[in-house]
Design a protein around this ligand. Structure first.
Ligand SMILES: [Zn+2]
Length: 328
């Protein structure tokens, strides 16, 4: 009963809370402060299973559309990008609590790939130098002695290169890896095709997230449609199932994609899509731009308060810096 008290102010109308995650780490990583470790994820899933009705994403969106069938505190669980730990660490916890989930995968990084943000974090974590001199790519000089200095370097570099065109960003990352003198980086952090099949056959929904995770507003329409469609077809070939849900790369409406991209997602054959804007889905929401949110509070009360504020709209707490870093 006490656990339910924090939700006294939950809205009475039909709403859908969709949680967003990327990685679930085996242990806490101070250079990835926005990513839960397995203990924190398990604690959150325990909290969610006690206080929410968790539904498969397609079913929840169908019910939202009809407007009468969503349980109170309806919730979906989603992961973006396609990390191997979604299978190795998150799945056993989801299964323990019998929670359905969707994993949105950028197919270009399957089977040994690495996203630019992980390349930067790992390069700095493994750098053999006390200073990272990136003046040749106009990023400045970063001291790397303390943990705080490494965090600042990661945030500053990611913020600078996040919106570079893909080819330019590839060159920037190559220079960072060379200058950091970090040796070879781990090559097993993203899912393999076989692991995608395992996730799919264990009941996890596989969703599209483009091929290269390129921010759609940086592409012309033809390339944007190709990214959206090719990713879908590749996942369908891997899983042998239709892929009907989509997540916009980076996902911030108006910046990472616009209203203009919604018809392209429909044209590619998707039936629903999510952004990374905070808030909840409602009956009159655009089902191709459903918002998502995850609480990060340590206590049950804090998590309940954050989720209630998100559900009531308008009064959002400022995300932590680490959430900005990981908003992708
Ligand atoms: Zn992403």
């Amino acid at each position: 009963m006490i656990e339910r008290l924090p939700f006294l102010f939950w809205p009475r109308r039909q709403i859908l809370t969709t949680l967003i995650f990327h990685r679930v780490l085996p242990l806490n990583d101070p250079l990835r402060p926005g990513e839960p470790d397995s203990a924190r994820f398990e604690q959150l899933m325990g909290f969610v299973s006690k206080n929410f009705s968790v539904l498969p994403f397609p079913e929840a969106v169908d019910r939202l559309q009809t407007g009468t069938l969503l349980p109170r505190r309806a919730c979906c669980i989603t992961f973006d990008d396609g990390y191997a730990d979604n299978l190795t660490i998150a799945l056993p916890i989801l299964e323990k609590y019998q929670l359905p989930a969707t994993v949105f995968i950028a197919t270009g990084y399957l089977d040994g790939g690495r996203m630019f943000n992980d390349a930067v974090v790992d390069a700095i974590a493994l750098a053999k130098k006390e200073t990272l001199d990136l003046r040749e790519i106009n990023l400045g000089v970063f001291p790397l002695v303390t943990l705080e200095e490494k965090r600042i370097a990661i945030d500053d570099i990611l913020n600078c290169i996040k919106f570079s065109p893909p080819e330019q960003r590839e060159r920037q990352v190559a220079v960072i890896l060379e200058v950091a003198d970090c040796g070879s980086l781990p090559s097993n952090i993203m899912l393999t095709s076989q692991q995608v099949r395992e996730l799919s056959s264990s009941g996890i929904e596989i969703g599209g997230h483009t091929v290269a995770h390129t921010i759609l507003t940086t592409l012309d329409d033809d390339r944007a449609l190709e990214e959206i469609t090719t990713g879908k077809h590749q996942l369908e070939a891997i899983t042998g199932k239709p892929v009907t849900s989509f997540a916009y790369p980076n996902g911030k409406p108006g910046r990472d994609y616009t209203e203009h991209h919604v018809p392209l997602v429909k044209q590619a054959g998707f039936a629903r899509a999510v952004s990374t804007a905070p808030g909840v889905g409602e009956r009159d929401s655009d089902l191709f731009q459903l918002p998502r949110f995850s609480p990060w509070g340590a206590t049950r009360l804090h998590k309940a308060w954050q989720l209630t504020r998100n559900a009531r709209g308008g009064l959002f707490e400022q995300p932590r810096v680490s959430h900005k870093q990981n908003g992708r």
